[in-house]
Ligand binder design. Structure first.
Ligand code: NAP
Length: 259
């Protein structure tokens, strides 16, 4: 399917691996030039080269910590015109409520709430002026149903979700959409470390932890970064202009709810 976005430019944050990489790949496949961000230079350069060679689009790597003002400035400088913004960064560490003090809360809120809000605020005026824009925030299923060990993640991302709910409805008439994608469990290095923690906690092998997680999911498996990226690219497509302020869960049906 031609997504109707060939020739547009996207910033993809946290894009050298995992869900960000999957999103960058599917946008590139649709003919979108990518400004690709992550902190670690070597894997970022490798990812940029691979994506560019595979899909024949420009991919500009920007090695920067997107949670810092300097990192965001570097990223925005590399993309004077931003048609598409995919917000993403690493998630906060797991734990329990008693582990989290001022420092941990500030870090989670900065990374998973304020960083995407700052980038949205920076790109919206240009998108509004050009009367077209697509913003997708990678959040988490923990916004919709609590995962107690990921309380920092769920809480900070819920703040972003509240901002998006109101703002998306203020900008939709300019041809700009903002939506959130909520991953459940997808095959990435983040899930690998969560499985390792689970195995340690329960005194079982990582394979056993995986089997238990697969068995608990109606789809019987984890999602792929390709599936995730395709959903992201569709939300960024010419055909998604009427999808506004939504929270789309990609979890194999794991959250047991009618709506
Ligand atoms: P991942 O495989 O670990 O990839 C994270 C990517 O983001 C990497 O490219 C990483 O590269 C980059 N990154 C991390 N922190 C960054 C920062 N401060 N600035 C710029 N780039 C940064 O993680 P993932 O599984 O794709 O997860 C992506 C997001 O979705 C996370 O917030 C995660 O919590 C959330 N999520 C994932 C799942 C899942 O099933 N995978 C489920 C729910 C929520 P560098 O480390 O080199 O910067």
């Amino acid at each position: 399917m031609d997504l109707g976005i060939k020739g547009k430019t996207a910033i993809v944050c946290g894009g050298s691996k995992g869900l960000g990489r999957g999103s960058a790949e599917k946008l590139a496949e649709a003919g979108v030039a990518i400004v690709l961000n992550a902190r670690t230079e070597a894997p970022l350069l490798e990812a940029a080269k691979e994506i560019s060679q595979k899909y024949g689009v420009d991919v500009t790597p920007v090695a920067a910590d997107v949670t810092t003002p300097e990192g965001r400035a570097k990223l925005l400088e590399a993309a004077p015109v931003v048609d598409i913004l995919v917000n993403n960064a690493g998630g906060p560490p797991p734990g329990v409520w008693s582990d989290w003090g001022e420092t941990e809360w500030q870090a989670a809120i900065r990374a998973n709430m304020l960083t995407p809000i700052h980038l949205i605020t920076a790109v919206l005026p240009g998108m509004i002026e050009r009367r077209w824009g697509r913003i997708v925030n990678i959040t988490s299923g923990s916004v919709k149903a609590p995962i107690p060990a990921l309380g920092l993640s769920g809480a900070a991302r819920s703040g972003l979700t509240g901002f998006v709910a109101g703002t998306s409805r203020q900008v939709a008439h300019h041809g700009v959409t903002i939506n959130n994608l909520l991953p459940g469990q997808h095959e990435t290095s983040r899930i690998e470390s969560l499985m390792n923690n689970e195995a340690k906690k329960k005194g079982i092998s990582v394979d056993q932890a995986r089997e238990a997680a697969y068995a608990a999911n109606p789809a019987g498996r984890f999602g792929t970064t390709e599936e995730f990226g395709a959903a992201c690219a569709f939300l960024c497509s010419a055909y998604a202009g009427y999808i506004v302020g939504q929270n789309i869960l990609l979890d194999g049906g794991a959250i047991n709810a009618t709506f």
